[in-house]
Write a protein that binds this ligand. Structure first.
Ligand SMILES: CC(C)(COP(=O)(O)OP(=O)(O)OC[C@H]1O[C@@H](n2cnc3c(N)ncnc32)[C@H](O)[C@@H]1OP(=O)(O)O)[C@@H](O)C(=O)NCCC(=O)NCCS
Length: 175
């Protein structure tokens, strides 16, 4: 286990988590910001990429489990991403729709922020959010982040405006 919070545990995903992962990535509503529900192949490729990130970087999006039941309800963690040409550390979060609006994303995201600054000794950590994704932007704001810039991501054949939110080390340590 990598992180524990009041209600949640975060650990690396494994192949056995594929069905729980599919419950998020193959849900068109949960994936509205990605413009499509993932196919089985895309879901497996996503998992494979996370396993590769664990091996190469030591972190990635982790499985978020409910401590009360052991169920995987979402993913939250840290990945390397690009903001225009700059490589940044990002906190990402995606949860099964039936668990939304219960404070799970912010609980997991705050713990990942602590991990980024106190374990990885990051200088700055981002959350990069498509500009129509109000829920996700609210999680970033509640996580103490500020919009630093706006840029276009080309994904799924579409130009998607994104906002890059971040919190810097000195801001984190004075929270
Ligand atoms: C975005 C997402 C992770 C939020 O998860 P969640 O567990 O519902 O979020 P929380 O309950 O922790 O909410 C945190 C804050 O965001 C707000 N929020 C969450 N969803 C919201 C929504 N759809 N609209 C407006 N505000 C929202 C909450 O009200 C809360 O703020 P508050 O405490 O000030 O009231 C979830 O909706 C999701 O998985 N979406 C699909 C995947 C996705 O788009 N991920 C982000 C990619 S950048």
């Amino acid at each position: 286990m990598i992180i524990e919070t009041e209600r949640l545990q975060l650990r690396q995903m494994t192949q056995e988590d594929l069905p729980a992962l599919a419950a998020i990535l193959q849900d068109k509503e949960a994936m509205f910001a990605y413009e499509h529900a993932f196919s089985d192949e895309e879901t497996q490729a996503w998992l494979d990429r996370m396993l590769e990130r664990y091996r190469n970087d030591g972190y990635g999006l982790w499985a978020v489990l409910l401590k009360s039941s052991g169920e995987m309800i979402g993913q939250c963690g840290l990945t390397k991403q690009k903001v225009e040409e700059k490589e940044v550390l990002e906190i990402g979060y995606l949860f099964q729709r039936k668990y939304w609006k219960q404070g799970f994303a912010i609980e997991a995201a705050k713990a990942c922020k602590t991990y980024a600054f106190e374990t990885l000794h990051a200088d700055e950590v981002y959350s990069i959010v498509r500009d129509n994704n109000i829920g996700s932007m609210n999680v970033a704001i509640r996580n103490g982040m500020t919009i630093r810039c706006r840029f276009i991501k080309h994904y799924y054949g579409i130009d998607m405006p994104h906002n890059a939110f971040s919190i810097r080390k000195e801001e984190y340590f004075s929270e």
